[in-house]
Design a protein around this ligand. Structure first.
Ligand code: HDE
Length: 696
């Protein structure tokens, strides 16, 4: 086993028999075959003469090529594209009243974890910024076994019953005959399924909102989605929903911006996560719970077992009891991010499932999928999947790729080998071991959807009506965009018919945006009702106005005023932003006075979509040169169109004019003082939006 690829101290306990190996960092390290034979020549294969045919006996060549031929494993069927990081969970408030789980009762204890974020629909090589739900899966290596909270950045799901999952995923993925579109829901089969399955309507509201085009993985919320149970030492159950809240606030891009980012940097989110951790700027989330007694759940007008429903925070507040910090990048993408196997069945004593029929199906699916992805029942022995927080020991044996070397004769239980002084192996723990909540279940076997799951529209309405005006406009426009890509008119009309049950104005706006007549409303299985708005469901106005964790780009030219550049850089960095200098050439520019300034990015490859706010600091001649440079014009035009603050020096005015940048509260002359640019730079100029785009 090649120890060079592993940073886990635990690997040595699994399979290398305690032998020591040279590591790659060892200056003496010698290249060997997988079986340890030193290699004398890694440049040339063995041939019959310098120009002769290669020889079959060249085991060095064959082993290397053969290993390469098998480098790929099947990518995940969903959530194939992901990025991950190591970190820790720390409890700040004990939930001992509700649960015996040590991770939720030992205040101050830090538990190691590994978190993987993902898109759902695209393949492993797709881009980071399509409109898509983001997976938010956390593997916590607790002292009582691994707890995997395998959630999403949206608190509800498309469907109510696991049996519809393969249909949903087939519908959203590339269409079966043509093999496209990749990583996009804007096509006939997806919307056909959506229109025919009104239970998807609430999730569709979220999917069409800006939540599905996040600014950064550091700026998404996470939700356990399903209702779970906490079990205390008196065997009492409390219903619970799990939440992760980003310290930087939940932030999104605009649609046009997301599309352009996809071209400019397909790895936008992966790079952002990696670089911020690498820079020591560790992303952090609050961990919160919504706790409900069964009686409180029964009093709600919806069923908490229905994963298409959320519990409004205004009714049952989120209690923050811990935090997660991601502070270490993976050492090896494949070994960790690719091979990590999340299992909703990984829970620990004191936490239990609910009867949510979507969750129940997941309890089978994940273990099963790992067998096909990782190829063996021993996938839990891979370093990233091992229960690191505690010993794991049982009497399961053998199987493909067994990496442990279990000792002794005890591979069955009960046994009495201990009486003869032999190791009898581990034993069950009736008190401290995992126990299921004793929920009464005796009923008739049926294939039925519960009556309490029949309402498909009330919470879709709640979501839409709780949004701010710009968010509503984005949502309506996203629906228009997606439906405009359909070739089947009846599919479009069925979706519009469902939207009428959500909100008349939304349906009207969508139909007008498409230029079609509004069809009749579809029959609803249950009449929707109105709920009080939930401001917690918004993004705009909820996240802080800040430059912390954000990026600023300064476009410069030869002859630009270095003092202005320094001032804006210092102001932005002082407010917590990362600053990059963008210049026509990567070597940088010669400033006024002759000093050289190095560039971080060349203009043509560093458009303003990479930044949250920009400054354009040019000389007169430098600006004149850029007036015929499309990348420079787009830099200003897109920054304006994406509602970003633009700081400028008067010499840059001709470029702004050519780019159609109009004076407003976010376009600031910074030649005298950079400070007034800071406030607009910390937010988006929502007032500008009607000037730059027609929204539905
Ligand atoms: Fe998943 N899901 N899922 N899912 N899911 C997978 O497991 C599945 C669902 C989620 O970063 C697969 O290891 C079924 C809801 C995340 O590795 C697979 C159903 C939620 C990830 C699978 C659901 C999720 C997955 C594919 C309906 C949010 C990525 C590869 C019953 C609460 C984890 C794998 C990672 C991955 C099945 C529904 C989240 C095929 C059958 C609801 C974050 O097993």
């Amino acid at each position: 086993m090649a120890k060079t690829q592993n940073s886990s101290p635990d690997l040595n306990t699994v399979g290398n028999g305690g032998e020591t190996h040279q590591t790659a960092s060892d200056p003496q390290a010698r290249l060997t075959t997988n079986h340890g034979v030193p290699i004398s020549d890694n440049q040339n294969s063995l041939k019959a003469g310098p120009r002769g045919p290669s020889l079959l006996e060249d085991f060095v060549l064959r082993e290397k090529i053969q290993h390469f031929d098998h480098e790929r494993i099947p990518e995940r069927i969903v959530h194939a594209r992901g990025s991950a990081a190591h970190g820790f969970f720390e409890l700040t408030e004990s939930l001992a009243e509700f649960t015996t789980a040590k991770i939720l009762t030992e205040v101050g204890r830090k538990t190691e974890l590994f978190t993987r974020f993902s898109t759902v629909a695209g393949g492993a090589g797709s881009v980071d910024t399509p409109r898509d739900v983001r997976g938010f899966a956390v593997k916590m290596y607790t002292s009582e076994g691994n707890w995997d909270l395998v959630g999403n950045n949206i608190p509800v799901f498309f469907i109510q019953d696991a049996i519809k999952f393969p249909d949903l995923i087939h519908a959203v993925k590339m269409e079966a005959d043509r093999g496209y579109p990749q990583a996009a829901s804007a096509h006939d089969t997806f919307w056909d399924f959506i229109g025919l399955m009104p239970e998807t309507t609430h999730m569709i509201m979220w999917a069409m909102s800006d939540r599905t085009i996040p600014r950064s993985l550091r700026m998404i919320e996470g939700f356990g989605v399903h209702t779970f149970r906490l079990i205390n030492d008196k065997d009492e159950a409390t219903l619970v929903k799990f939440h992760w809240r980003p310290k930087l606030g939940t932030q999104s891009t605009g649609w046009d911006e997301a599309v352009k980012i996809a071209g400019a940097d397909p790895d936008f989110h992966r790079r952002d996560l990696y670089e911020s951790i690498d820079n020591g700027d560790f992303p952090e989330w609050e961990f919160g719970v919504q706790l409900l007694t069964q009686a409180e759940a029964d009093a709600l007008p919806f069923d908490v077992l229905d994963a298409t429903k959320l519990i409004p925070e205004e009714l049952h507040p989120v209690r923050v009891v811990g935090r997660m910090v991601l502070n270490r990048n993976p050492d090896n993408f494949f070994a960790e991010t690719e091979q990590v196997a999340f299992l909703p069945t990984n829970i620990v004593p004191g936490i239990d499932f609910s009867e949510d029929p979507l969750l129940q199906g997941r309890l089978f699916s994940y273990q099963d999928t790992q067998l096909s992805r990782l190829g063996t029942v021993n996938f839990h022995q891979l370093p990233i999947n091992q229960a690191k927080g505690c010993p794991f020991q049982n009497l399961q044996r053998d199987g493909q790729m067994q990496m442990a070397v279990p000792k002794g004769r005890a591979n069955y239980e009960p046994n009495s080998l201990a009486q003869a002084g032999e190791d009898g192996g581990p034993r069950e723990d009736p008190k401290g071991g995992f126990r299921s909540f004793a929920a009464p279940v005796e009923q008739t076997k049926v294939r039925l959807r519960a009556e309490t799951f029949a309402d498909h529209y009330s919470q879709a309405r709640l979501f839409f009506r709780s949004q701010t005006a710009p968010e509503q406009a984005h949502l309506a426009s996203a629906i228009v965009f997606e439906l405009s890509k359909l070739s089947l008119d009846h599919v479009r009309d069925r979706v519009l018919g469902n939207l009428r049950n959500v909100d008349q104005t939304l349906a009207q706006r969508a139909a007008e945006g498409l230029g079609v007549d509004l069809p009749k409303a579809n029959a609803a299985a249950s009449e929707p009702y109105d709920m009080d708005d939930s401001p917690a469901l918004r993004i705009v106005g909820k996240y802080p106005d800040t430059l912390k964790g954000r990026a600023v780009g300064i476009l410069v030219s030869d002859g630009a005023d270095g003092a202005v550049i320094d001032a804006v850089k210092a102001a932005a960095e002082g407010a917590g932003a990362t600053v990059k200098i963008v210049a026509p050439k990567i070597v940088g520019v010669k400033l006024k006075g002759g000093k050289r300034l190095k560039a971080d990015g060349q203009l043509a490859g560093t458009p303003s979509v990479m930044f949250d706010a920009v400054a354009i600091v040019l000389s007169k001649a430098g600006c004149a040169d850029l007036l015929t440079e499309g990348a420079a014009i787009d830099f200003a035009k897109d920054a304006f169109g994406h509602l970003k603050a633009i700081g400028f020096t008067p010499e840059a005015q001709p470029l702004l004019d050519k780019a159609g940048v109009e004076a407003d509260a976010g376009v600031i002359d910074i030649s005298g003082d950079a400070k007034p640019w800071l406030a607009p730079a910390a937010t988006r100029q929502w007032d500008r939006e009607p000037k730059v785009r027609t929204l539905a």
